[in-house]
Structures are given as C-alpha cells and as structure tokens.
Design a protein around this ligand. Structure first.
Ligand SMILES: [Zn+2]
Length: 212
C-alpha cells in the first residue's frame, strides 16, 4: 500500500498561512469530526467525548443538519463547536466559485435560522480538502476562517486497517494538532476502534481536548 499522507504538507502551510492547521496551545489537542451529524454514529462520538470531558469541533454538512436536527441539537447542547462543511459536500476543484460559495452560505443560513445567536465562530472546512483560491478568497470576505488539519486519521478509507488509523493519529499528533476524524457511516468501523484509544492515550499524557 502507498504511504498515506497523514501529516498536512508543510509546503501548503507555507503557501496558505491563513488556513488553520494547528493552534499553538500547551498540552492541547483539537479533535474535529467531519460529515455528520448522523444518528448512527454522532451520538456515540458524543458519549466517548463526554467520558473524557473532551470538547471537539464538528464540521457538519447542511444536508445532514436538515435531516437530523435532533442529533445536531445534541452536539450543540454538549458544548462542542460547530463548523460549516458545505451543504452537499461539494468538491471545490470541480465546482464553480459562485455555486460553491452559495452552497456554503446556504448551510450558514440554516445554522443562523436555527440558532439566531451563534455561540461559535464562522469556521469552514472544505470537503475533500479541495478548494480553489477564488473560493477561499470569497469565503474569507464573508468572514470565514478556512480550517484544514495537521493530522488526518484516514478513518473514512475502508482499505485502511483500524489499527493503522489509530497509529496515524498517535504517531503524528503533538501539542496543538488539529486531527480529522469523520462521524459518518463509512468511517464508523475505524472510528469505533480508534477514537476511544486516542482519547485514552492523550488523556493519560495529560492533554486536554479542546474545541476550536
Ligand atoms: Zn467531508
């Protein structure tokens, strides 16, 4: 198997310094969950986080918020941060800038309608990590921070063993890392193995899990 690209490439950090990949904060780890909320896995993730008094950031898909409002409300009630992950999970490289921005803004509309006073900053993570410069510029003008990652677990890839997924995280994450997991059906098998172990591993080392 090809070596997985687990760490965010440093050339991209250099090229796009405004995109968030780490938050320098002592003894802190930033878990992020993309693609939810879904009833099959998101509540389970919330249970795991609660057990370790961990806070995280959920990059939600508008379509899933609309389908699963109760699960979404649960995420909010537990005090986690929410980010925008577009409405239809579009690939930015294959989508026109106007269509892409419209898709992100419709998710933001949905959020602000449901929650008139937003208790969170405007965070956006591009689906597949793929976004054109023109799209990023427009979204920045709309007040979004583009959030990438420092370490990606590869939980969504069913060709990746669950043990590898765990190792991807613990061998690459450090103080201040933003880590990508997915609260999606597809990632469920790997996530159910890796997440409790990651929480345990860093808790025992004295880290706190924080939301962005
Ligand atoms: Zn995604």
């Amino acid at each position: 198997m090809n070596r997985l690209l687990v760490k965010y490439p440093s050339v991209l950090r250099w090229f796009y310094p405004d995109r968030i990949t780490r938050i320098e904060n002592p003894k802190s780890i930033y878990l992020t969950f993309d693609d939810g909320p879904v009833p099959e896995i998101t509540p389970w993730v919330l249970d795991q986080l609660r057990e370790y008094k961990a806070k995280a950031t959920f990059f939600c898909i508008g379509e899933n918020i609309k389908k699963n409002p109760e699960v979404f409300q649960q995420v909010i009630s537990e005090g986690h941060a929410i980010g925008n992950h577009s409405f239809y999970h579009l690939n930015g490289w294959k989508t026109s800038t106007s269509k892409y921005v419209h898709d992100v803004l419709s998710t933001e509309d949905l959020l602000s309608k449901k929650y008139p006073v937003k208790p969170f900053p405007k965070l956006f993570r591009p689906p597949f990590g793929k976004i054109k410069n023109s799209q990023a510029r427009k979204l920045s003008k709309e007040g979004f921070k583009i959030v990438m990652w420092d370490v990606i677990s590869w939980d969504f890839d069913n060709n990746v063993q669950k043990e590898t997924c765990y190792k991807n995280v613990v061998e690459n994450a450090s103080e201040g890392s933003l880590i990508v997991f997915h609260d999606s059906r597809k990632a469920s098998k790997n996530l159910r193995y890796a997440l409790p172990k990651v929480l345990k591993y860093f808790s025992e080392k004295g880290y706190e899990f924080r939301s962005i």
